[in-house]
Design a protein around this ligand. Structure first.
Ligand SMILES: Cc1cc2nc3c(=O)[nH]c(=O)nc-3n(C[C@H](O)[C@H](O)[C@H](O)COP(=O)(O)O)c2cc1C
Length: 147
């Protein structure tokens, strides 16, 4: 069985860098979770109540994902990386997770943030990864903390 690193990164590329390093160290496949409509800098200005990020959060909106993971069934372990948005996974990550069958898969969450800890991020994601087992969930600043 194989390992997949699936990640979303939008603002600074911090999460992408860590995901790439994990995939390289584990010789794992890597998949970028991309919204169908990419985020602009204005979309991410959470100080603006009307910004896209706030509208999605408040409306609990699904955010359409651009493309699917190939050969999903081949993976038994998924490292899932994303920035913490509002003390949780971004909506696009929830939507991504809903699109797949997680039965029998082990999930290892790594999240980046400005300052928040991991908090209840994993618990909040659980309804979207039904059947999967979240074995680990950490807020990290480097790949070394995940491996
Ligand atoms: C919409 C939005 C919400 C955020 N919410 C939080 C938060 O609740 N706590 C926190 O510490 N950082 C928060 N941040 C900061 C990001 O988690 C942080 O900059 C992250 O490392 C960015 O990763 P990336 O560059 O890979 O997208 C938020 C950023 C955005 C754009």
């Amino acid at each position: 069985m194989k390992t997949l690193v699936a990640y979303f990164s939008a603002e600074t590329g911090k999460t992408r860098k860590i995901a790439e390093e994990i995939a390289e160290k584990l010789s794992a496949d890597i998949h970028e979770i991309k919204p169908e409509e990419p985020y602009t800098a204005a979309d991410l200005k959470w100080m603006n109540p009307l910004a896209r990020c706030n509208r999605e959060k408040i409306g609990k909106k699904d955010v359409s994902v651009a493309d699917r993971v190939q050969n999903w069934d081949e993976y038994d372990t998924v490292y899932l990386g994303f920035p913490i948005w509002y003390y949780a996974a971004p909506n696009v990550v929830n939507t991504f997770c809903k699109n797949y069958d997680w039965a029998g898969k082990t999930i290892r969450i790594f999240a980046t943030s400005g300052s928040s800890g991991i908090g209840k991020t994993a618990e909040k994601l659980e309804p979207y990864v039904k059947g999967g087992k979240i074995e680990d969930a950490k807020r990290v600043t480097s790949a070394a903390e995940v491996l």
